[in-house]
Design a protein around this ligand. Structure first.
Ligand code: 4VN
Length: 323
């Protein structure tokens, strides 16, 4: 069977950072509250970049380091819930900036699971024999959809992008996956509602254009569904946690990831975390964490790692990857 091998891990963060103390000056909160409940100490926020700008930096590094000719890229998939435009897609903006003229390109909306969903879709095009080389990205500027007067959410989120290259290969790469959605609970985490401004439209807007989250409900969802999903992938593969070098969870909140680790009876050291310096970057959090691990020399050829995203939709997805 054709496999999707992963080549390269890169990230791009806006240079400007905001500490918890900085946020305490604009909303009623404190460093103590934010760090004890979320593990977040600071986050990077865009001041003059949009989602495409961050994705272009990450994608450019990826193809330059791999030595890929831009014309050899067949597909660009980009997980985001904060695209520059509805159309053109952020993926098309990346295509134009990099000169990947032969690629077909689209954005994929699956919130905090967006990068894993995007990997899953790209993997299927590769397995079908239709694509040899793909760029898969996750990028967000959540700062533009954050309600900066809501102290329960504005302290959580950050901006950034990350990604990987996929290439058709004989072995390794994406081995197993578990991917789900539950639209019945979608209203627990909403963002980007677009009110109809037509002169003919009569109904009241149903929701806010900004991120609105029932934190308790999403917390409960994540701590129930993610351990189940990870256990299903382990079962499919016939492996145990002992075979896994690292688990990279969506960096939503340190407390949530600690509960998930405990439920899996897995050592906390296996769970990589960089939420303290990055915050929650939704669809960008897993590829940003992977790129940071790669920079630290933690990702070794042949190692098996689990990655898992969970959040808006509600959506969740886990993948077992061989490096
Ligand atoms: C997935 C999750 C979250 C999330 C949910 C709850 C939460 C993050 C609630 C309790 C609160 C601290 C914050 Cl699980 C968010 C996303 C969106 O990316 C996805 N934090 N909290 C407290 O009072 O302790």
């Amino acid at each position: 069977m054709i496999r999707s091998r992963i080549i390269g891990f890169e990230r791009a963060l806006p240079p400007f950072t905001v500490t918890n103390d900085d946020l305490a000056e604009i909303v009623d909160t404190s460093d103590e509250w934010i760090s004890s409940r979320t593990g977040i100490h600071k986050r990077h926020l865009a001041v003059d970049q949009n989602t495409s700008d961050l994705c272009i930096i990450a994608a450019d590094k990826l193809i330059k380091k791999a030595g890929w000719n831009p014309l050899s890229v067949d597909l660009i998939v980009l997980g985001t819930v904060s695209p520059d435009y509805t159309t053109p897609s952020t993926a098309c903006l990346v295509q134009e900036a990099l000169g990947c003229k032969n690629a077909f390109c689209f954005d994929l909306a699956a919130a905090c699971s967006g990068f894993i969903y995007s990997l899953s879709v790209a993997d299927k095009f590769i397995k079908a024999g239709e694509v040899k080389r793909a760029i898969v990205l996750g990028g967000e500027t959540l700062s533009k959809i954050t309600d900066w007067s809501d102290r329960s959410t504005c302290v959580l989120f950050g901006d950034g992008a990350g990604g990987v290259l996929l290439e058709a290969a004989e072995e390794g790469g994406i081995l197993f996956e578990d991917i789900h959605s539950d639209g019945s609970r979608g209203m627990a985490l909403t963002a980007g509602y677009r009110a109809n401004k037509s002169p003919y439209y009569k109904a009241e807007p149903k929701s806010s254009e900004f991120i609105d989250m029932n934190g308790r409900e999403v917390f409960t969802f994540a701590t129930r569904k993610v351990p189940e999903s990870i256990n299903r992938v382990l079962e499919q593969s016939g492996m145990t946690m002992d075979d896994i070098s690292y688990v990279v969870l969506h960096q939503a909140n340190t407390r949530i990831n600690e509960v998930i680790a405990r439920k899996l009876k897995a050592p906390a050291e296996k769970f990589f975390s960089n939420i303290d310096k990055i915050g929650n970057t939704s669809g960008a959090s897993v590829p940003i964490a992977l790129a940071k691990m790669n920079e630290e020399g933690l990702l070794k050829k042949g190692d098996k790692i689990l990655i898992s995203g969970f959040g808006g939709g509600l959506t969740w997805a886990t993948m077992l990857i061989e490096l």
